[in-house]
Design a protein around this ligand. Structure first.
Ligand SMILES: Cc1cc2nc3c(=O)[nH]c(=O)nc-3n(C[C@H](O)[C@H](O)[C@H](O)COP(=O)(O)OP(=O)(O)OC[C@H]3O[C@@H](n4cnc5c(N)ncnc54)[C@H](O)[C@@H]3O)c2cc1C
Length: 372
């Protein structure tokens, strides 16, 4: 990578993680982010060990541990708050890091590491005319201009699902992410570092909502939509002061990820529904495999082709699993009774079988991937 110039468009999780991985290998990296500051955009993220292995290899464990909470796994509840199943994911793979973190803290850690490794970060740069560089990385997220240049216009469709995201102050110690499942809606909540709790509430409804990070809604709409939920949910929702709202759209995985000089990574190449909590995680895996491929294969077009060949089957599987989870969480009528009963029984009688369903996802080690 020595002396290769790389321009990264987009200073989100994918772009900054690629900047760290490439700069540490000796590339000259500049990051161009349209936002005027790396501010508190977004909300909570769960980072599973498949991303944790990359972040650890980049030397970020201590910095991340200081600003995140370790997760013990996931507990599924019904709408009333009764436990349906417990997935102690961390105990199932000792030593692996499941973290819960505010996106802004992750961005700060990645930006500091990128600068430490020699990358420059330009803020307030809306890129329309790409800078000169040997390699241009489109890490420009949903609605990527780079994706359109490589693939033409994309057909996406509204899933009929809307997500609210909110943060509340909460210092009660709870290492589990909790999912409350009701007919046509579910709510996920987990603690973040610094005394905050993250809430994501998803509801099926016909109305259309724009996609993106920063659309505000009235918290009363969220409370009204989830009024039928029990357990800790009413208390959490009564404490929501401001809330963002997103329409969830289904995207195709891009067909063309590169043309020899340009490459797309993260949401620019393969946005996913949030129901496996893997969008940022896939962005981190991408960043690592891209850097590994470019480092191991001198011919840049061949390296980019190898990158896509390694990444595409995995992200397709994740995207499909997330599409499937949307259905499982929102069961209604008899399907719900049977589904929850099955989960309760499995969780009690064969907890290992339930946990092993996720081995393909969480046990994957991008660092051990043979790229060449
Ligand atoms: C409700 C919800 C919950 C989620 N929960 C999780 C979770 O728990 N775990 C998880 O892993 N993922 C989660 N995700 C997904 C995750 O947030 C995204 O997949 C991830 O942020 C994608 O990172 P990215 O860097 O590709 O894109 P982004 O983070 O969107 O970054 C793109 C950047 O590019 C910049 N940009 C765009 N165009 C230009 C331009 N022309 N010039 C310069 N800059 C530009 C933007 O300003 C932005 O900073 C969730 C998503 C949603 C909607």
């Amino acid at each position: 990578m020595k002396n290769r110039s790389v321009a990264v468009i987009g200073g989100g999780v994918a772009g900054l993680c690629a900047a760290v991985a490439l700069s540490q290998r000796g590339a000259h990296v500049s990051v161009h982010e349209r936002a005027p500051a790396l501010t508190d955009v977004g909300a909570g993220l769960q980072l599973s060990p498949n991303a944790g292995r990359v972040l650890s290899e980049l030397g970020l464990d201590a910095a991340l541990d200081a600003v995140s909470v370790r997760s013990a796994g996931v507990v599924l509840h019904d709408r009333a708050g009764q436990q349906v199943a417990s997935l102690p994911l961390a105990a199932h793979r000792p030593g692996a890091a499941f973290r819960m973190i505010h996106r802004a803290r992750l961005i700060e850690v990645l930006a500091a590491a990128a600068r430490d490794a020699g990358a420059t970060i330009h803020l307030g740069h809306q890129i329309t005319d790409p800078p000169k560089a040997d390699l241009l990385i489109g890490a420009d997220g949903l609605n990527s201009t780079f994706r359109r240049k490589l693939n033409g216009a994309e057909k996406l469709f509204f899933t009929g699902q809307t997500a609210w995201r909110a943060l509340i102050e909460d210092s009660i110690d709870d290492p589990f992410a909790r999912v409350f499942m009701g007919p046509k809606q579910h709510l996920v909540s987990y603690r973040l570092g610094s005394g905050f709790r993250n809430i994501v509430a998803v509801q099926e409804r016909p109305g259309w909502t724009a996609e993106g990070w920063s659309h505000e809604d009235d918290p009363r709409n969220l409370r009204a939509a989830f009024a039928g939920f029990g357990g800790p949910v009413p208390d959490w929702l009564s404490r929501v002061g401001s809330v963002g709202i997103w329409g969830l759209f289904r995207h195709q995985v891009a067909r063309h990820w590169h043309d020899g000089r340009h490459v797309i990574i993260g949401d620019a190449a393969h946005p996913t529904l949030p129901f496996m909590a893997q969008g940022a995680v896939m962005a981190i895996e991408d960043a690592w495999i891209l850097a590994q491929s470019l480092d191991a294969i001198a011919d840049q077009p061949a390296a980019l082709a190898r990158f896509q060949a390694i990444r595409e089957p995995r992200v397709r599987r994740v995207v499909e699993a997330a599409n499937g989870n949307a259905r499982n969480y929102h069961l209604s009528g008899p399907a719900r009774v049977i589904g929850h009963l099955g989960l309760r029984t499995l969780s009690r009688l064969a907890p290992g079988a339930l946990l092993r369903r996720f081995d393909w996802l969480y046990d994957y080690d991008p660092v051990a991937e043979r790229v060449a």
